[in-house]
Design a protein around this ligand. Structure first.
Ligand SMILES: [Zn+2]
Ligand SMILES: [Zn+2]
Length: 192
């Protein structure tokens, strides 16, 4: 965050799409920073049903018996089970249930300064994804790899999605392997 000029203390709300490890295991270091370095405002965490229980378990695994007495009281967090539409830390959002794995994944349409940001997390390229990105100004969508990518979206499907929504600015992430001409690099700031 520091390298790309984002102050961790300035983060007001965090939207979690699902609980797979590649989407949650970056959280413990962030929480540690919020507790001991930033001492910031309350962090709102929006996620699928049971988000508080799932994250509390993750934090207990991360810090063992120190979590509850030492750290949890210093971590100012408010957990919210994502609703079909709602407001979190002053930001309006809609949730779209996407097809991914057994538990599915929450896509979010987040309203920021009159614009709509669509964020997919992981998903197959099915009908709910079309609804998620429809009319969005910016869509951050996964595109895992070329060819057959189980439970995810292929580069070919990503390209077709982009063509079907020409007015939306797409940013693709979650690339497992391979390189794409003109793609942004890790930690590169993309002006949108
Ligand atoms: Zn996943
Ligand atoms: Zn993933």
């Amino acid at each position: 965050m520091t390298r790309v000029g984002v102050d961790p203390a300035s983060i007001e709300v965090l939207f979690l799409t699902h609980f797979h490890g590649d989407h949650t295991l970056g959280l413990p270091p962030f929480v540690l920073h919020r507790i001991f370095v930033d001492k910031p405002r309350t962090l709102t965490i929006v996620g699928p049903e049971g988000v508080q229980d799932r994250l509390e378990k993750l934090f207990e695994v991360s810090w063992g018996i120190d979590w509850k007495p030492v750290m949890q009281p210093r971590f100012k967090a408010r957990y919210v089970n994502a609703r079909p539409r709602g407001q979190a830390a002053g930001y309006r959002y809609e949730t779209v249930k996407l097809d991914h794995g057994s538990a599915g994944s929450n896509g979010y349409r987040i309203h920021v300064d009159g614009k709509v940001l669509a964020y997919s997390g992981d998903t197959e390229p099915t009908a709910p994804l079309e609804r998620l990105v429809d009319g969005a100004d910016v869509a951050i969508v996964e595109a895992t790899g070329p060819g057959d990518v189980f439970s995810h979206m292929s580069w070919e499907a990503a390209e077709a999605l982009k063509k079907r929504h020409p007015k939306t600015r797409f940013v693709f992430n979650h690339l497992y392997s391979g390189t794409v001409a003109g793609a942004a690099k890790d930690l590169q700031v993309v002006e949108i």
